[in-house]
Write a protein that binds this ligand. Structure first.
Ligand SMILES: Cc1cc2nc3c(=O)[nH]c(=O)nc-3n(C[C@H](O)[C@H](O)[C@H](O)COP(=O)(O)OP(=O)(O)OC[C@H]3O[C@@H](n4cnc5c(N)ncnc54)[C@H](O)[C@@H]3O)c2cc1C
Length: 432
């Protein structure tokens, strides 16, 4: 049976980035276990593809994601230049519709400053000024950030995997983890085809399945998760420049992962609207409403019995969910949500669907959405759960922080053998 020092479950942008750093720092036997035929086949390719500047992240509650995003920006920019990956600076207007939301925008200006966004890169504007710059946008006010970029996170993940492979990481593709058993400090990981490997240490970065995997290792039993599909529509070429920048709206209800669909300028020249947030039964239900029958039944039971049950008594949640369902069933309903801030858009401007992606927020024991990333550990494993947006933006720095934490906790107690690497570990850690 093949034995590894470190086994990372999940070849998304997070697991691949963690393998990059560990393989650049040590001579260890490392593997990334991925059930698909390539890395980044799920959330890491199926997303809005925006490199976010963290002005909208509260430094007190989302400090680590904000810090990761700010540090990662130039890391991605340099990699994009070096590997010829799309990098289109689109700028973003985050807009509000009333005095109440203006207060949020003022707060964003402060958060942007605390989170390290250079002063000249953020402007607080009234609706008139925005209408001068973007005549087809209607709003009360907005924050403009010129440091917002459209890219391709799937392409980034594939590049990082190449570097990681050069440093000796084995990518075990088409390997679906079915169970993990720990005995005498070694974990035996069993796959769907009944083959197995062992590893001294396991890092769980399985995205929408991360909570399930942690629970098979008796962690986070009191948490559950829900899956929300984000759908997009692509604008016909003659309408794509109706608005030149990306437009986001201030969340109407804080504490829920729901925003009205955005107007998104893409690095490939297209414009999309989306995503909505339609509850689905598995982290891979990209079409229709049901996933494979086993996952659906498990999730259905969870939806009606787990912590998520409490959400069914939350009238605001139910109201929002029905709006999201409507915008999935009806393109017109989706476009109506965008008409609120771009009155000129019409359903017939959008004839093709974009690539849907699925977010899997975790529900706390109190039946609330967990708003931050959660890290859990036992003697032989480390788990990263609820790694949601802007997770792709922050992955290079966040993964370095994880590796630093593993070092400090003694989980990577091996001699360092630093190799040449495109990004420098100490620079990231010292920057923090
Ligand atoms: C609709 C949407 C829009 C988003 N927009 C943005 C954005 O614009 N900017 C941004 O920064 N972030 C965005 N995000 C968030 C970002 O995409 C995620 O935070 C990030 O991709 C998460 O990466 P990951 O590696 O944790 O997960 P994933 O990419 O999902 O990777 C997990 C991997 O684990 C594998 N896996 C799961 N179970 C098993 C198993 N049992 N055995 C083996 N392998 C397994 C999966 O196949 C998958 O490849 C968006 C997300 C969504 C869904």
């Amino acid at each position: 049976m093949t034995k590894f020092d470190v086994a990372i479950i999940g070849g998304g942008i997070l697991g691949t980035s963690i393998s990059y750093w560990i393989s650049a720092l040590y001579d260890l036997k490392i593997c990334v276990i991925e059930k698909e035929s390539d890395v980044a086949m799920h959330a890491s390719s199926r997303n809005t593809a925006v490199v976010h500047s963290p002005f909208y992240l509260n430094p007190e509650t989302k400090g680590i994601l904000a810090k990761s995003a700010i540090i990662s920006y130039s890391m991605w920019e340099n990699l994009a230049k070096d590997r010829n990956i799309p990098w289109l600076k689109t700028g973003v207007y985050e807009i509000g519709f009333n005095d109440e939301q203006y207060k949020s925008l003022e707060e964003f200006m402060e958060w942007g400053d605390i989170n390290g966004i250079p002063k000249g890169d953020l402007e607080l504007l009234d609706g008139k000024e925005i209408a001068k710059r973007e005549p087809n946008v209607k709003c009360h006010s907005g924050v403009f950030c010129n440091r917002e970029v459209s890219t391709d996170f799937g392409a980034f993940t594939r590049e990082i995997s190449k570097d990681s492979k050069k440093n000796g990481t084995k990518f075990l593709l088409n390997s679906n983890v079915k169970s993990i058993k720990t005995n005498n400090g070694n974990s035996t990981i069993m796959f769907e085809d009944n083959s197995e490997i062992t590893s001294n240490f396991v890092i769980n970065c399985a995205g929408g399945n991360a909570l399930d995997i942690a629970q098979t290792m008796y962690l986070a039993k009191e948490y559950s998760d829900l899956h929300f599909r984000g759908e997009y529509w692509v604008a016909e070429p003659q309408y794509r420049d109706l608005v030149k920048s990306t437009i986001y709206t201030v969340a109407e209800f804080k504490g829920y992962p729901f925003l009205d669909p955005h107007w998104i300028k893409k690095a490939n020249g297209e414009t999309e609207i989306g995503p909505n947030a339609v509850p689905v039964l598995s982290p891979e239900t990209y079409n229709g409403y049901l996933g494979d029958i086993n996952t659906s039944i498990t999730k259905l039971k969870e939806i009606v019995t787990g912590n998520a049950l409490k959400l069914l008594y939350d009238s605001q949640f139910l109201k929002m969910v029905s709006k999201e369902w409507m915008s999935s069933i009806s393109k017109t309903a989706m476009v109506n949500r965008v008409q609120k801030f771009i009155p000129k858009v019409k359903p017939e401007y959008f004839s093709k669907r974009g690539t849907a992606g699925i977010r899997s927020p975790v529900i706390t024991p109190k039946g609330k959405f967990l708003l931050d990333v959660m890290e859990l550990e036992n003697d032989n494993s480390y788990h990263i759960i609820n790694y949601n947006s802007p997770g792709a933006t922050g992955a290079p720095a966040y993964s370095a922080f994880i590796v630093k934490r593993l070092q400090e906790k003694g989980f990577l107690d091996y001699a360092l053998k630093k190799k040449e690497s495109f990004w420098n570990f100490d620079d990231v850690i010292n920057h923090a």
